[in-house]
Design a protein around this ligand. Structure first.
Ligand SMILES: [Fe+2]
Length: 390
């Protein structure tokens, strides 16, 4: 099935090089050399350092005689000042390549630092689409979670503390020279982080698949990602040391990242962002909470696609009507969330019901994400989805 794609122009973005495999972190020095790095700024957060996840990176750099400095000032849902400070350090230390190691926040901060190294100013000067005049400093990205897909996208998400909102920088210059996806870096994620980040990847695949901006390229990647996540997320959650499950989740998150990097997101991310900024919940958890509610709302906009999602998630839709088959996708997601012990009701997280109007305001600020969503949303629709999710 491909819908009228012949009438669309396809644009596909990808990093120059993607390296996926067990123990690929040990090749980092080689990649740094290939992309002209002599003095590396490692961008990470204190949790990654404490878990010793940069150990294989450091030993590769030492063995390869590559000098490096560590910036471990990354905070969750990174405020813009974290990027600005890292850019000052890159300059002050005379670095020539940015190496992001961590979850989505560390990778996004690394992108921002790379961009500011050549474009100057503050990162908030560049929010929006294609506002940077120059390519950034060379950059290598290494995820330590299996979820955000940030290692392969051209977007970075940051928090504007003054406006108390999320903002984004979109530019092809935010694509890495190399993404190194080593599942061994994800083994120590605790079950709740595995669940949250894995669901973020699932949301990327689903949102892109039903997006008005989906392409031939994003479909293939999203379909495979959905199948892999449905198959491997429960095992990765239940047994963190299972390298096979971790490998497939790392691969799936990267595929889903490549899919949404060109195909775009939708209303799940839009309505999840305010939960993240208001209650400091993880990006993946807030997406997981909103996913089944937005899916149900969206079904009339793309029933064929939702029916296929049910199939990718292992449901047998034979003999059911199209709408019944589409509903089975929501069921499959609810079952997956039950298995990995993630509630999709906001009240289970202690969010006061009185806060719903403020969340609606926050959701409406993300209206840019409503454009590719398969069903239009008014303020009243956003309100009723939040009530459903409550
Ligand atoms: Fe996401």
């Amino acid at each position: 099935m491909s819908e009228n794609y012949q009438s669309k122009t396809h644009v596909f973005y990808s990093p120059t090089k993607i390296i996926v495999g067990v123990n690929t972190a040990s090749q980092v020095a080689q990649e740094v050399r290939q992309f002209g790095g002599h003095r590396v700024l490692i961008v990470t957060d204190p949790g990654v350092v404490a878990a010793d996840l940069i150990a294989p990176v450091e030993s590769s750099l030492k063995a390869g005689n590559v000098a490096y400095v560590i910036y471990d000032g990354v905070e969750p849902e990174p405020p813009s000042r974290v990027i600005d400070r890292g850019a000052e350090m890159f300059q002050a230390e005379g670095c020539d390549l940015v190496l992001g190691v961590g979850g989505g926040s560390s990778l996004d901060v690394a992108k921002g630092i790379s961009l500011l190294a050549t474009n100057k100013g503050k990162i908030l000067d560049y929010c929006g689409v294609d506002r940077l005049p120059k390519n950034g400093a060379p950059m290598i990205l290494m995820p330590t979670t299996a979820g955000t897909g940030s290692e392969v996208t051209r977007v970075l998400v940051l928090t504007d503390e003054e406006q108390n909102t999320k903002n984004v920088v979109f530019t092809p210059y935010a694509l890495a020279n190399a993404a190194i996806v080593d599942p061994l870096l994800t083994l120590s994620m605790p079950p709740s982080v595995t669940a949250d980040t894995g669901m973020d990847a699932m949301v990327h695949a689903i949102e892109t698949y039903v997006s008005m901006n989906a392409t031939e390229f994003s479909d293939i990647l999203a379909e495979r990602a959905m199948e892999l996540i449905a198959d491997y997320l429960p095992t990765a959650w239940a047994k963190g040391s299972n390298t096979d499950a971790r490998y497939h989740m790392s691969l799936a998150a990267t595929l889903a990242g490549m899919a949404f990097g060109s195909g775009g997101l939708g209303a799940v991310h839009a309505l999840a962002y305010p939960l993240g900024t208001e209650y400091h919940m993880t990006h993946g958890r807030t997406n997981a909470i909103m996913l089944p509610h937005v899916m149900r709302y969206n079904i009339p906009g793309s029933p064929e696609r939702y029916a296929r999602i049910a199939e990718f998630m292992g449901k047998d839709t034979e003999g059911y009507s199209l709408m019944e088959a589409a509903e089975m996708a929501v069921e499959a997601i609810r079952e997956l969330l039950d298995t990995i012990e993630v509630s999709c009701q906001m009240q289970d997280y202690g969010i006061p019901e009185d806060d719903l109007p403020a969340l609606v305001d926050g959701g409406m600020k993300q209206a840019r994400l409503f454009v590719p969503n398969p069903r239009d949303l008014t303020r009243e629709d956003v309100d009723s989805i939040y009530r459903e999710a409550y």
